[in-house]
Design a protein around this ligand. Structure first.
Ligand code: IVH
Length: 672
């Protein structure tokens, strides 16, 4: 056979495969038998084995599972589904505990009790039980809103449909992980990259009968909303889950202190590959629920829990090229394009090189054979170079001094706090002048934590950009859906779904909109603080370079870095234009009601040390009750709280401004 003939034959088979894959998995209307479909796949794989120039991206050897159906109804979680912060090293575990002790104002020598659970690498789900009956189930989604996959969940044997027990809460969301065992994965592994993908794909099939074909399991480990819930500790709750008929991990333990956590970690790491399912680390949760609730949350993860990830898996490969990616904030990130390798079940073909210093420190060069490490969901990176395999003619890599996208100069920023230059080089262009930055800004604008538009992913943004359909974030509201409908890979249904999703995204909270703008150093927490301060989109759209940006310094949490960044952002005409255009489409949605507003409009500042409670916890309690903490004494301040060894200057200033000066007891009375 000549090569052209082989290619033609291969292409034809791939085309057929794509068609049947979709009919089978997404539309659930297979036109051929399973046997025919399996043979087709085998023929493609055999061809690829024989002719290594055949490697279509849609080949069954490449596609990661199948596209799950987009046909599920969405529903809000009654209590958000959060994620966990990761730690890797012992010092980070120590730091996790230190922060807990500081927040709770506990002695260094005190012991914290943890519930330690394996972190199963599957898909989380939330199951609602009312009066003991499983009534509905949601996927995690973006944490706030998930997909209603009740019928699919019902096919899982481990999920009890009815629970009769005296101590089962009358209304509760039971949460846990849906996964597939490694043994079961073996049988279907030709279709999926890894067990996690298999579980995810199968759980989100349109037809529950498809889900049923794949043996999914469920392990319960936490809860969301609850009523009549009477447990004091996570370990008690886990035990109760078991009594109610849920599966829990047999490796759950109660452990005291960091040293014991580390001992257990080492033991578990040694046996992780003997477990019946994929585990990518351990979860540490402060066992006592009262302490958990005092500790609360930062952004999207709890202060009271952390994931201790297992160390990575690694493999060797060759660097084919070094590419420079330009990020949303202009950061130039070198990425090694490598010969694809399988690392722990995932095909890796890119590895981050972090920054210029990392390349020169490790003297990484194009053509080098390198050791690549991959840990869980973290981007793979180059660990070391195998110098014995280096080509004598290879040359040192020279980092570009111009932005590869817009050719602007690149610079390293000086950090006033650390008195050092940043390790990262950044493109110095502002706004939307640099094409790569502009694309990344749009991707950020539509991402999950921002406008969260279904059907408008990163790849689609790139495609729309290439087709010149969008240049600025607001232009997603000006898309011509008649045009989109006719694009390759699109149709009436997908284009009208996108239209619907885009329309829906016009209702958004001010804090999300501010976050979506992608202002440097303004993450979700800061966006929230700024939105509380600015209050309306109208006010936001009036900000110009002459605005009193220093007024933001009164917000606890906003510092000089943020202020400088805001100044820069609002000095750019494109940014101003985008906000003004957005005003025509966006309708600001009020944030959900604050649960308790007893300290509404009350402002506090603490000077000196309080007894038995940390500053951070006081701040958190005040904010939970809608109060605010200011960072300086000024006429907006209502209460100056004076502890031990206060700053006299603050007290004197407060006196002269006739501000209420109170002590810890009086504060406690106010807080009830
Ligand atoms: S607790 C705030 N417990 O890890 C508490 N999560 O990054 C969050 N996971 O989305 C959940 N095993 O999919 C918890 N024993 C366990 C877990 C676990 C796996 C997953 C879960 C979650 C992610 C958090």
């Amino acid at each position: 056979m000549n090569n052209e003939f082989v290619k033609k034959k291969y292409k034809k088979k791939i085309k057929e495969f794509i068609k049947h894959n979709r009919l089978y998995f997404d539309k659930n209307t297979p036109q051929v038998s399973d046997k025919y479909f399996d043979e087709l796949k085998k023929e493609i794989l055999d061809l690829e084995k024989k002719f290594d120039f055949l490697n279509d991206k849609n080949s069954p050897s490449k596609i990661i599972g199948f596209e799950p159906s987009k046909n599920f109804k969405k529903s809000k979680h009654r209590v958000k589904m959060l994620s966990l912060a990761n730690v890797f090293k012992k010092e980070e575990v120590e730091n996790f505990e230190k922060k807990i002790k500081n927040f709770l104002d506990l002695d260094k020598s005190s012991k914290i009790e943890y519930s330690v659970e394996p972190k199963i690498d599957g898909i989380s789900a939330s199951l609602t039980y009312k009066n003991g009956t499983f009534v509905s189930g949601l996927s995690r989604g973006d944490g706030e809103e998930g997909e209603l996959i009740t019928e699919n969940l019902k096919t899982i044997k481990d999920i009890p449909k009815k629970i009769i027990s005296n101590n089962f809460p009358s209304d509760i969301d039971i949460r846990g992980e849906v996964f597939i065992s490694n043994k079961d994965f073996e049988k279907i592994k030709d279709n999926f990259a890894n067990p996690r993908n298999a579980a995810s794909g199968s759980l989100r099939q349109k037809d529950p009968n498809q889900t049923k074909k794949i043996p999914l399991q469920f392990i319960a480990y936490t809860y969301g909303y609850q009523k009549n819930f009477n447990f004091e500790k996570q370990s008690q709750y886990l035990k109760a889950l078991n009594e109610w008929g849920f599966k829990t991990s047999k490796f759950n333990k109660v452990i005291n202190g960091v040293n014991n956590l580390m001992k257990n970690y080492e033991q578990m790491e040694n046996i992780r590959f003997e477990l019946e399912y994929d585990v990518d680390g351990l979860v540490y949760k402060v066992n006592d629920f009262k302490l958990q609730s005092r500790l609360g949350y930062v952004s999207n993860s709890p202060r009271w829990a952390s994931a201790h990830k297992f160390s990575a898996e690694s493999s060797f490969s060759k660097i084919l090229n070094i590419e420079i990616q330009v990020g949303r904030t202009g950061a130039l990130t070198p990425v090694a394009k490598i010969n694809p390798v399988n690392i722990g079940g995932v095909i890796v073909s890119n590895a981050t090189l972090h920054n210029e210093d990392e390349i020169s420190r490790k003297d990484i060069r194009v053509g080098d054979t390198v050791k690549i490490e991959r840990a869980g969901d973290v981007i793979p990176h180059v660990l070391s170079v195998d110098l014995s395999k280096r080509n004598k003619l290879s040359k040192k890599y020279i980092f570009p001094n111009k932005c590869p996208s817009c050719k602007s100069t690149v610079s390293k920023e000086y950090n006033n706090q650390t008195k050092k230059f940043d390790a990262i080089r950044r493109c110095t262009s502002e706004g939307f002048e640099c094409e790569k930055i502009a694309i990344e800004k749009i991707k950020h604008f539509i991402s999950k934590d921002s406008l969260n538009i279904d059907g408008l992913g990163k790849k689609v943004v790139e495609k729309f950009w290439d087709l010149k359909l969008i240049r600025f974030p607001h232009e997603i509201f000006l898309l011509d859906f008649n045009k989109i409908e006719k694009l390759d890979g699109w149709g009436k249904l997908s284009s009208s779904n996108l239209k619907y999703a885009i329309n829906k995204s016009k209702n958004i909270s001010l804090e999300k909109l501010i976050y979506a703008l992608g202002i440097r150093h303004i993450g979700q927490e800061n966006a929230k603080l700024i939105s509380q301060n600015i209050k309306s989109l109208e006010n936001l759209s009036k900000i110009r370079s002459n605005y009193n940006f220093n007024s933001f310094l009164n917000i606890d949490g906003i510092g000089e870095t943020q202020v400088q960044s805001l100044k820069k952002f609002f000095s750019n005409k494109d940014n101003i234009k985008v906000i003004n255009e957005l005003k025509k489409f966006i309708k600001i949605e009020k944030e959900e009601k604050q649960i308790s507003g007893r300290l509404q409009n009350q402002t506090f500042l603490i000077t000196g040390k309080l007894n038995g409670i940390s500053r951070a916890e006081v701040k958190s309690i005040i904010e939970k009750n809608s109060g605010k903490i200011l960072s300086s004494v000024n006429n907006k301040l209502k209460y100056l709280v004076v502890g031990e060894k206060p700053t006299t200057k603050k007290i004197n200033l407060a006196k002269s401004l006739k501000i209420n000066i109170i002590n810890q007891k009086e504060l406690e009375l106010l807080l009830n």
